[in-house]
Design a protein around this ligand. Sequence first.
Ligand SMILES: Cc1cc2nc3c(=O)[nH]c(=O)nc-3n(C[C@H](O)[C@H](O)[C@H](O)COP(=O)(O)O)c2cc1C
Length: 419
Amino acid sequence: MGWYKSLVLPVVRWIDAETAHGLAICALKNNLVPRDDDALDATPILETEVFGRKFANPVGLAAGFDKNAEVPNQALSHGFGFIEIGSVTPEPQPGNPKPRLFRLYSDRAVINRMGFNNEGAAVVAERLRKRARKGILGANLGKNKYSEDAAADYVKGVAALGPYADYLVVNVSSPNTPGLRALQGRGPLEKLLTSVLSARDIHAKGVPVLLKVAPDLTEEDKADIAAVVLKLRLDGMIVSNTTIDRPVGLNSYDQDEKGGLSGPPLMEPSTKVLADFYRLTEGKIPLIGVGGIASGKDAYEKILNGASLVQLYSALVYHGLELVTEIKEDLARRLRKDGFASVADAVGAAYPEISGRKAPVDEARAAKAAVKAKAEPAKAEVAKAAPAAKTAAKTAAKKPASKPAAAKSKAVPKAGPTE
Ligand SMILES: Cc1cc2nc3c(=O)[nH]c(=O)nc-3n(C[C@H](O)[C@H](O)[C@H](O)COP(=O)(O)O)c2cc1C
């Protein structure tokens, strides 16, 4: 057991979750968090290029941990391939009343209803301006709670933070800002993203713009979002934010707290939505897979289901930053074992008909999972023949409601509620 689990977690357990988070930021700021000796070792098989940016590895820190860009370089020094700051709103705002962050210990999960508490775009931009630029930094943008013109807020965010970011994120998926997720509807989304892209061309030319979506989307929502993303040629998507759903089987005392759930219970539903977007965008849009990653296996599963990069947050609460190195080592082992030469080679390998990847070893496994999901005897026969793996995966692709191929997770995927 590492130092975090044996020394820190037993103490942190007794501290309120938000205070513990503040202490973590403070410890990072003062370089008090022990670092793995091999945290920054280069691993060629993990190096990857996505939306024109070069990543030392595909494992990133998700938005919400460093909302105000207080410790981006310190976080990078623990071995992340990239970090995302924010969400940042144009004006500073306090967020929701406390308590608003809950650890679900038995489920290794988190519920939060922070409500975009942050110091505002001007303060964060100034911090980023002074930062020694290294690694890849994404800036996640939100809107102020009481702002009536959402598009104007995101445009302000692009203008303030775009010049200091390697990519920008339009976050319309937090469950904790009233009305925010309605911006995922086809009409409002197209209007919003068109404004953001124009602002990007003025204030931050060439900086990729990504859209971060919720996991709680109907089939129609997903098709609409994919159509807009393809039409506007967005640079990428982040799938997904926290869920307002409460999957069956949660064991923790605080499971009924209002807010977004993250951590392992989100792994399966968010991976399903990821696979759905991979198919709906036909592999043409780079995807960042986030939601429930707590191991190299989880990260690999996101990649096979279409993620070019992955992110995590909640698992760090229970495993500490040591987990980053563990995930990278395990991911590299899995890629080598399945005969992939790089991360990029494995992206979407569960769907060879889209990715065009050979998927040397995994092909059979992906096909098997796809067939199992549909349990049609005729198709099962087809899948038994090795060259037919492609056909089987195609079958899965045509059934968006079925379990994603290669996603060998614990429970039957459960669709999130309609918003
Ligand atoms: C305390 C907390 C705060 C978060 N704040 C934000 C945020 O400001 N903006 C955002 O896009 N996502 C935010 N997220 C969502 C994460 O970026 C991520 O999408 C989600 O937690 C799923 O990943 P995980 O299961 O690895 O935590 C937050 C998550 C947590 C737990």
